[in-house]
Design a protein around this ligand. Structure first.
Ligand code: C5P
Length: 245
């Protein structure tokens, strides 16, 4: 049965794609109470490291560390153990790292969270990067259909105990049908109707993505590059209020 989407907490995570600590700090302050959380990626982590994550966490936003881990199981498990005490809500890893790597990460997250007395972060599998086209997938020896390849990796991720996957908006309906109501679908490439597309080729509005069954919406430039980021985030929240999910 469809329910009105509870907008508290908001499903919008703002992608803070900057190496600048000051810019990230400023944005975190301005977006307080206007988004569901902040996504910090390799660009921010490479420049500011764990100390930068701690500083952003002081603003009280739930955090999504988009570090796309991919290595042998022991190394990924150790990285997860090292990261978990930073206390964040979501972490990405490449589903293509294989079952043993994914299972090791799940176990490490559970154990490290218990030891550090923090809530276990949800682990999200990255399936097929949207930068890869059919010919890239062929070169990699993978199924040239990105949808089939994403579906296969999503099953592996789910089976290994991950909480969900990152997917594009046009895969939401298919993955929701195939993976059940509890598997998290996290969707970038979202553009409100009033914003520019930037380099995103296929875009969906926040309300459409939520209506299709997305759980979290990753939105970067429509908020971060807006003249008034707080106003842009407020407008998105208003558009989402009352959307049936
Ligand atoms: O600025 P924009 O809204 O396009 O930012 C989207 C965010 O989602 C960026 O951090 C980008 O790296 C990430 N992302 C994406 N497409 C994917 C996976 C992640 O745009 N397939």
């Amino acid at each position: 049965m469809s329910q009105p989407n509870p907008i508290a907490p908001s499903p919008v995570f703002c992608a803070v794609d900057t190496p600048s600590m000051d810019a990230a700090d400023h944005l975190a302050r301005r977006l307080r109470d206007l988004v569901g959380g902040l996504k910090l990626g390799l660009e921010f982590f490479g420049a500011n490291g764990p100390e930068g994550v701690r500083r952003i966490a002081e603003h009280g936003h739930p955090l999504f560390l988009d570090l796309k881990l991919h290595d042998i199981p022991n190394t990924v498990a150790s990285a997860v153990r090292a990261l978990v005490p930073l206390e964040f809500s979501y972490l990405t890893l490449h589903a293509a790292g294989g079952r043993a790597m994914l299972e090791a990460a799940v176990q490490a997250a559970r154990e490290a969270a218990e030891e550090a007395h923090v809530t276990r972060p949800r682990l999200l599998g990255v399936t097929v990067l949207t930068s890869l086209d059919e010919s890239d997938l062929h070169d990699l020896g993978q199924d040239p259909s990105a949808t089939r390849q994403a579906d296969r990796l999503a099953f592996l991720a789910q089976d290994a105990g991950l909480d969900g996957v990152v997917c594009s908006a046009h895969e939401i309906a298919h993955l929701r049908r195939r993976h059940g109501p509890d598997f998290l679908l996290v969707v970038p490439g979202i553009r409100p109707s009033w914003s520019t597309h930037d380099d995103q080729k296929r875009v969906t509005t926040p309300a459409e993505a939520l209506g299709l069954g997305a759980n979290l919406l990753v939105i970067g430039r429509p908020i971060t590059r807006a003249t008034d980021p707080a106003e842009a985030a407020r407008q998105i929240a208003e558009e989402l209020a009352g959307v049936e999910s």
